[in-house]
Design a protein around this ligand. Structure first.
Ligand code: HEC
Length: 394
C-alpha cells in the first residue's frame, strides 16, 4: 500500500477519534481537561504499525469500511421496522443479515497492533501558537525546572542524570515527534512511572508552580531546540518545522500577523552584522526583515518582535550572534524549508534543508533548466511537507 494511502487512512482515523472525543463532550459526557475536551478511554488507535506493516493498514481500512456498511444497514433496518409497519419482516431480516455479514466478513486486525495506552490529553493540540516570546520563555522555564536532569542543552546530561534510576532521554533527537504532543504534555505535567518497578522515573511539573501554558511553551522550546540540533548534526530539518507566529507591519496594508501570510512564500531576512538594507522586492515571495538594533529603511514587511531573532537562532542551531546574516524561506503552508548562510550571494540546492515532502506524482521533478532560487521555489511548491507525529498526520 502506498504511503499516500496510509496517510489518507490515518487522517480519517484521527478525524474519527476527534469526532468521538468532541461529540462525547458536546453531549456532556466528558469534562474539559486543561482547557480541551478530554479523551475518556484508556486506549487510542495506534498509527505507527500502519506505516510499518502495509497488510495491517489494509486490514484496518477494510474493517473500517465493513463497520460503516454494517452500521448503515442496521440503522436502515431499525428505521424501516419503526416507521414502515406494513413492510414485510423478510426485508428487515435481509437488511440485518447484510449488516451481520459485513461484521463477519471484516478482516479484524490484531487488537494489540490497533490500540496503545492513552491519557486524557492524548488528542490535545498545543494552543501556544509557536510564538517567539513563548519559545524563549519555554527555554528559561526549562533551564529552571528541567535542566538539572535533562541538561542545559536538553541532551540528557544534566548534573543529576547519573543519580537517577533511569537516564533522562536526549530530547533533541527524533523522540518528540514519536509522541503525540498531548501525551508529551501529560507526561511533563504528571511525571512518568516505571510500572514494573512501581516507582517514579520523572517528577511531574504539577508538583511545581508550572501552569498548562508554561508546559506548552516548554514543549515549543524543545521542538525548536531539537530542530536546531537536527540542522547542526544532519544538515537538514529532518522533521518539518513551522515558521514561528509573530506580529509584523508591511508597507502595503495594515499591521498584521505572520499567520496572515499563509498562501504566500515568505523570505525571512535576519539582521546582519553590517547595517541592513532590505532585499529588493521580489514578486515570488513576501520578504520580512527581522529588525536589528539599527533602523531599517525600505522594507516590504518588518518584524519588530525582539524575541524573533533568538527564536530563529534556536531553529538554526546557532548562537544568537552567529544567526545574524541568515535568510530563511517558508513555503505557502508556513513551513520553513530552506536557509541560506551569511555572505552567500545566491541560493542553491544545498539550502533546501527540509525535503521531507512527498513528490507529487502529477508534477515533474523540478525543471532541469531552472536554477538557484527558481529551482528551489519550484521544488518547495512541488513537495509540500506532510508532518507526522506518533505516526498520525499532524
Ligand atoms: C528528576 C529529574 C527530571 C526532571 C526534573 C525532569 N525530567 Fe523529564 N525525564 C526524566 C527521566 C528520567 C525521563 C525518562 C523517564 C522514563 O522513560 O520513564 C524523562 C523523560 C522526559 C520526556 C520524554 C517523555 C516521553 O514521552 O518519553 C520529556 C519530554 C521530558 N522528560 C521533559 C521534561 C521537562 C519539560 C521537564 C521540566 C518541567 C522535565 N522533564 C523534568 C527526568 C527528569
Amino acid at each position: 500500500m502506498s504511503e499516500v494511502w496510509a496517510a489518507w487512512i490515518l487522517e480519517w482515523l484521527l478525524a474519527a477519534q476527534f469526532v468521538l472525543r468532541d461529540g462525547l463532550h458536546a453531549l456532556g459526557l466528558t469534562p474539559l481537561v486543561a482547557g480541551q475536551p478530554g479523551w475518556p478511554f484508556a486506549e487510542r488507535l495506534s498509527a505507527e504499525m500502519m506505516w510499518i506493516d502495509p497488510g495491517h493498514a489494509r486490514r484496518v481500512a477494510i474493517t473500517g469500511i465493513c463497520v460503516v456498511v454494517a452500521v448503515f444497514f442496521f440503522v436502515i433496518a431499525i428505521a424501516v421496522a419503526l416507521w414502515c409497519r406494513r413492510v414485510r419482516s423478510t426485508l428487515i431480516a435481509g437488511l440485518m443479515g447484510v449488516a451481520f455479514i459485513a461484521v463477519l466478513a471484516a478482516p479484524w486486525p490484531a487488537s494489540h497492533l490497533l490500540w496503545v495506552p492513552a491519557v486524557p490529553t492524548s488528542l490535545h493540540r498545543s494552543d501556544s501558537g509557536f510564538q517567539p516570546a513563548g519559545i524563549m520563555r519555554g527555554q528559561a522555564l526549562f533551564q529552571q525546572n528541567c535542566a538539572q536532569c535533562h541538561g542545559a542543552d536538553a541532551r540528557g546530561q544534566g548534573p543529576l542524570a547519573s543519580t537517577l534510576g533511569r537516564w533522562p532521554p536526549d530530547l533533541t533527537g527524533g523522540l518528540l515527534w514519536k509522541r503525540l504532543e498531548g501525551e508529551l504534555f501529560w507526561r511533563v505535567r504528571h511525571g512518568m512511572r516505571d510500572e514494573r518497578l512501581g516507582r517514579e522515573t520523572m517528577p511531574g511539573a504539577s508538583q511545581t508552580q508550572l501552569s498548562d501554558a508554561d508546559i506548552w511553551q516548554m514543549l515549543d522550546y524543545l521542538q525548536a531546540r531539537a530542530s536546531g540540533q537536527s540542522l547542526r548534526d544532519l544538515g537538514a530539518w529532518e522533521r518539518p518545522v513551522r515558521m514561528p507566529s509573530f506580529a509584523l507591519r508591511c508597507r502595503y496594508g495594515a499591521q498584521r500577523r505572520s499567520d496572515g501570510l499563509k498562501g504566500q512564500r515568505v523570505l525571512l531576512v535576519l539582521p546582519s552584522r553590517t547595517p541592513l538594507s532590505a532585499p529588493p522586492e521580489d514578486p515570488r515571495m513576501v520578504s520580512v526583515t527581522v529588525r536589528a538594533s539599527v533602523d531599517v529603511v525600505d522594507f516590504e514587511c518588518l518584524a519588530d518582535d525582539a524575541q524573533l531573532l533568538p527564536a530563529l537562532a534556536l531553529l538554526l542551531g546557532e548562537r544568537e550572534q552567529d544567526a545574524r546574516g541568515f535568510q530563511l524561506l517558508a513555503d505557502r503552508d508556513g513551513w520553513l524549508r530552506a536557509r541560506s548562510a551569511p555572505g552567500r550571494s545566491a541560493w542553491s540546492e544545498d539550502d533546501f534543508v527540509c525535503r521531507t515532502g512527498v513528490q507529487r506524482a502529477d508534477k515533474p521533478v523540478a525543471d532541469a533548466n531552472a536554477q538557484g532560487l527558481d529551482a528551489l521555489l519550484r521544488r518547495m511548491d512541488d513537495n509540500p511537507v506532510k508532518p507526522v507525529r506518533a505516526g498520525f498526520p499532524h
